[in-house]
Design a protein around this ligand. Structure first.
Ligand SMILES: Nc1ncnc2c1ncn2[C@@H]1O[C@H](COP(=O)(O)OP(=O)(O)OP(=O)(O)O)[C@@H](O)[C@H]1O
Ligand SMILES: [Mg+2]
Length: 281
């Protein structure tokens, strides 16, 4: 279920007093099973872009094809089953009396009931690391991290081929953050689901994604592996972003000890690189 975007332009309030070109000259293909991160400064167009994936927004110019089908012509209900989007702070949309009913909401709307609904809900809740006994609770009794996971369960219960998450760890503590990212990585591995992750954390992007799309002022500035993208530290900084912190540390070490490789993006890679030298002496 690839997503293919051709010559896309998106303008908010076209012809109106608040006209704003949010995206332009976007050409992007996301293939099945990819794990893509989207990064970019605030207002660069990330959230706008992902809303074009499931037809919530329609292109002003150009086309968005999901599985070869133009989203302008797609049945929106079908499209939203294929492309599941977890919006920023999704827990604000939990409103049912119980967690069970919240996760069941999308299934009901799509006529999935009975045993199948029950099984899907149990699977979804386990896939975000929650246990069954949470199902009877009110969403309001849960911690911030638990609520976030319930909201994610409400999207994955529809078994989308493409899972899009807009800043899924925003506002969580480091433990809650790790927990959620771990589940997203496992979902990707277990079901070979395509993941598009919008993130402000360069650390998360570097450790999880195999491809990074960098947005700048409504255009795609760079598109490559994390190694390719973060090698251009100056270019990244020029558009208001940064490399992972560990990369800066390794660059400093490299300037003192040139034999230390500084093309390092994660703490694990840094440890391995440093141990290699310690072990050698
Ligand atoms: N509903 C709207 N009406 C008018 N302009 C909008 C609307 N939503 C977003 N914009 C503008 O479109 C541009 C892109 O916004 P978007 O929300 O896609 O950026 P973003 O990269 O997701 O930013 P952030 O990192 O802050 O979430 C911004 O200039 C924003 O002000
Ligand atoms: Mg946004």
């Amino acid at each position: 279920m690839p997503i293919e975007i051709r010559n896309l332009k998106y303008v908010y309030d076209k012809g109106g007093p608040f006209e704003k070109v949010a995206l332009k000259d976007i050409n992007l293909k996301i293939n099945d099973g990819e794990f893509v991160a989207v990064i970019g400064h605030t207002g660069s167009g990330k959230s706008t872009l992902i809303q074009l994936f499931n037809g919530l927004l329609k292109p002003t110019e150009g086309t968005v094809l999901v599985n070869g089908k133009d989203t302008r012509q797609s049945n929106l209900k079908e499209l939203r089953k294929q492309v599941g989007i977890v919006f920023q702070y999704p827990e604000h949309q939990l409103f049912e009396e119980t967690v069970y009913r919240d996760i069941d909401f999308g299934l009901q709307k799509n006529g999935i009931t009975g045993k199948e609904a029950e099984e899907r809900i149990l699977e979804a809740i386990r896939n975000v690391g929650l246990s069954e006994d949470i199902l009877d609770k009110s969403p309001f009794e849960l911690s911030g991290g638990q609520k976030r996971r319930v909201a994610i369960a409400g999207v994955i219960v529809m078994k989308p081929g493409i899972l899009v998450l807009d800043e899924p760890t925003a506002g969580l503590d480091p433990a809650g953050k790790e927990e959620i990212l771990g589940h997203i990585a496992r979902l990707h591995e277990k079901y070979n689901i395509t993941v598009v992750l919008v993130s402000h954390s360069m650390e998360d992007v570097a450790s999880l994604a195999r491809r990074v799309v960098v947005m700048n002022n409504g255009t795609i500035e760079m598109d490559g592996t994390p190694e390719e993208v973060f090698r251009h530290v100056e270019r990244i900084e020029k558009i208001g972003l940064s490399a992972p912190q560990i990369t800066y540390l390794m660059k400093k070490l490299h300037s003192r000890f040139p034999w230390i490789n500084d093309n390092v993006l994660t703490v694990e890679q840094a440890c391995a690189e440093l141990l290699r030298h310690i072990g050698g002496h």
